[in-house]
Structure formats: C-alpha cells, structure tokens
Design a binder for this molecule. Structure first.
Ligand code: CP
Length: 319
C-alpha cells in the first residue's frame, strides 16, 4: 500500500522554482527529461504547443538581460501563453513603487506566472510568499540563477550522456556569481565534481563550507577537467579592485588558445554570457570547436518551456 502511494506521487509538485539548492537530483533530472520532450516543438514549422493557452506570464525584470528575458518570452510564446514584458525603467518603480506592490498590482490583472530577476537576493522567494501566482527565479542578487544552471547541466548531459564522475571547473568571479551557486548545486547533485577556480579576492566567504574544491590556479586544473565554465567578471558589482589589472587577470585566469592546448581534446567550453571577450576568454576559444556557448542558449529555450510547464501544472494540481 505504501509502495502504491509512493508510486502515485507526482515527480514535480512545486508551483515555484526559486533555486536548485532545495531540489533533489530526481527533481532536477525530471526537469531535464521534460525539456527533452519540448525540444521538438522548436523544430516544427509551426513552433507552438498548447499547454499554457489562456495563461499569462509576466517577465518582471529589475536588471538587464538579453538571454534569459528573451528565452522566457519565447518559451511562454511557444507554449501559447500571453507574455507581458515589464522593465524597471519604464514602470512606476521609478516613482517609488515596491517590488511587492508592483507584483500585487500585476497579479490583480490576472497573471499566472511571474518570472522575476532582481538585484536583491531572496526577491523571488519574497514574492512566492506574498502572491498567488507561480514564481520563477530568473536571477536574484548573488544567490541563484536556477534556469541558467539547468540549461548548463542539460547541455553537458546532452553531449556527455551524464554528469556522473565529470570534473567541472567554474572559473572567475565566483563571489558575485549566482550562476556559480546554482551550477554548483545542480552539478554536484547530478554526480559531478566541481572546482571553483579564481583569485582569493573573487571567492565567496566560507567557500570551504560548500560542496566544491577550490583552486587559485587555472593551470593547475585545466588538464584534468571535462568541462570549463568561464564566468563573466561582474564589474557592475565589484566594490574595489579584486585584481591588479585586467591583463594580469587574463594572464592567470583567462581561457587562451595556449591554455586550450593543454586540455582534454573533448573538453566543453561554456560561458553563461555576456562574454567579456579577451578577458575571460580569447575570441578564438569562445568561437572555437570546443565551445558550446550558443548551444547553451539554444537549450535554454527547451529548459524554460519545461519550467513554465511544470510550475503551471503543479499550480493546477493544487486547485
Ligand atoms: N546568462 C544570463 O543570465 O544572461 P542575461 O543576463 O543576458 O540574461
């Protein structure tokens, strides 16, 4: 009887996606498997499927974005939802309206899913506790960027078959990176070993309490890793000067053509974008044969379709 009850448990019952820290490996895998099913929608001549017909998704972005915003808009569109674009600059936030008041007013117009990006850590969680709509975190402060990490592990799984036993270096500005944190949770839960690589000044506080190894030398790890994920230096979030000069940073931590000569031949080169070309990596590497940077972007669409579909389905099951 207990077994029967267990087998009837839905594999996904969360109406919000706030972060990957709280998800199990099974839940992450279920999102990836669901995304695989949605990939074929984008290959059709009419790129539409009906699951979110009649639903309204709002892109509530308080920070700039190219990939995440467009990808969520396209994902909502392909699932036949209506999509509302909200930008801080053209909204009443400039008159002092709070995040919660903004969301509650949008909710009063009948939105079903809020996709939120905000500079403050915890913004998505705050919304999830105060509005009835589903909330999807599109990046909050330094905390999490769950759909970026999902598309990262989706891309790795698609090419390598599995993350089990892979060594993955995440390189650069770890301290200010919500991508690094979400990647760390997703990759380690799926069985990979993660190494944070960067200068001590760009490591998060209490990094030794995280489930990662730490290295301050890219040359020390580059020969042994299966995947290297280069992070953008987030100049807009830097308080002081975490390294003496851009040239020096690039010399020690940049992915150069010379460094690529030491890697495994089938290493995957990743970057969440936007790239500071010539700083995190040379253009020849970003556009080279090992780079899967644009595949990451392509895969983001199917992953975000899966996320919108699953949170909406969970909300419908609660009713
Ligand atoms: N990777 C990422 O979040 O890119 P955008 O800031 O362009 O959305």
């Amino acid at each position: 009887m207990a077994l029967m009850r267990k087998s009837r448990q839905p594999k996904w019952n969360r109406r919000h996606l706030l972060g990957l820290r709280e998800l199990t490996a099974e839940e992450i895998t279920y999102i990836l498997d669901t995304a695989e099913g949605f990939e074929q929608v984008s290959r059709r001549s009419v790129k539409k499927a009906p699951p979110l017909r009649g639903k309204v998704v709002v892109n509530l972005f308080f920070e700039d974005s190219t990939r995440t915003r467009t990808s969520f808009a396209l994902a909502a569109n392909r699932l036949s939802a209506d999509i509302i674009e909200f930008t801080k600059k053209s909204s009443s936030v400039s008159k002092g309206e709070t995040l919660l008041d903004t969301a509650r007013n949008l909710e009063a117009m009948g939105i079903d899913i809020v996709v939120v990006r905000h500079g403050a850590g915890g913004a998505a969680r705050l919304l999830s506790r105060n509005i009835k709509a589903c909330v999807v975190n599109a990046g909050d402060g330094f905390c999490e960027h769950p759909t970026q990490a999902l598309l990262d592990v989706y891309t790795i799984r698609k090419i390598k078959g599995s993350l089990e036993g892979l060594k993955i270096a995440i390189v650069g500005d770890i301290a200010h990176s919500r991508v690094a944190r979400s990647d760390m949770w997703a990759m380690t839960k799926l069985g990979a070993e993660v190494i944070f690589v960067g200068p001590p000044t760009l490591m998060p506080g209490q990094v030794n309490r995280l489930p990662v190894k730490v290295s301050h030398s890219l040359d020390e790890v580059i020969e042994e890793v299966d995947v290297v994920n280069m992070l953008r230096i987030q100049f807009e979030r830097l308080g002081g000067n975490p390294f003496p000069s851009i040239r020096e940073y690039s010399h020690y931590f940049g992915l150069t053509v010379d460094r690529m000569k030491k890697t495994k031949p089938d290493i995957l080169v990743m970057h969440p974008g936007p790239i500071n070309r010539g700083l995190e990596m040379e253009s020849e590497v970003a556009d080279g044969g090992n780079s899967v940077i644009l595949e990451q972007v392509t895969n983001g669409l199917a992953v975000r379709m899966a996320v919108l579909f699953l949170v909406n389905q969970a909300a419908a099951m609660e009713k």
